[in-house]
Design a binder for this molecule. Structure first.
Ligand code: 5GP
Length: 207
């Protein structure tokens, strides 16, 4: 299979990191591009495995030589995908996943029109709130900010090629694997029936 670039975006708290991690573990032909960030590491996070944790100065330096394929400010920190990371991973012959926010996805769509963009949605507003509050890794004010932005980010799904509602991790991983294998047409945003189902699912409740 020709190595391709996939973008996975989701409102914070949807379960994106868990799903992408599992996909990469279960599929040797898939790799995750490690992003750069100026956010401080969380307790369990490791430099170069979870992120390249860098200073503002180092981030600016990479920006200065146009080293980022995309970059964005998210929740007051800066995040970016380096061109080098993506090119090296693609050259290794594997499918490459970028786990980035919707602003980054927009930039990738422009820079790499072949990239396939997948949006994950939480099953409901209540469920999203529960997941964010139950996380215990962020301060309360950070959780509040993430929740209010997540409610806004949910609306971005129609800009993507594929959309999945994460109501079951196993099922979402299975569907995502299908998309990665080029066999996920039934989850395309352009599929009227799928779109209607998703609208019904997330339409319920006050976002
Ligand atoms: P977190 O701080 O929870 O690890 O990530 C916060 C948000 O930043 C998530 O939506 C995540 O997908 C996004 N993000 C992580 N890396 C990148 C990146 O390289 N570029 C962009 N645009 N967003 C990123």
């Amino acid at each position: 299979m020709t190595p391709r670039l996939f973008v996975v975006s989701a409102p914070s708290g949807t379960g994106k990191t868990t799903i992408v991690k599992r996909l990469v573990e279960e599929n040797p032909g898939v790799s995750l591009a490690v992003s750069h960030t100026t956010r401080p590491p969380r307790e369990q996070e490791q430099d170069q495995r979870d992120y390249y944790f860098v200073s503002d100065t180092a981030f600016d330096e990479i920006r200065g030589y146009d080293g980022f394929l995309e970059h964005a400010d998210v929740f007051g920190n800066r995040y970016g995908t380096s061109r080098r990371e993506v090119n090296e991973k693609l050259a290794s012959g594997r499918q490459v996943i970028l786990e980035i926010d919707w602003q980054g996805a927009e930039q990738v769509r422009r820079a790499k029109p072949d990239a396939q963009c997948i949006f994950l949605l939480p099953p409901s507003r209540d469920e999203l709130e529960k997941r964010l509050r139950g996380r215990n890794t962020d301060k309360p004010e950070v959780v509040e900010r993430r929740f209010s932005e997540a409610r806004h980010d949910v609306r971005k799904w129609t800009d993507f090629h594929y959309v999945l509602v994460n109501d079951d991790i196993d099922e979402t991983c299975r569907r995502m694997s299908k998309i990665l294998k080029g066999d996920g047409a039934q989850y395309a945003v352009s599929d009227e029936r799928h779109r209607a189902r998703v609208e019904e699912l997330i339409g319920a409740g006050d976002w």
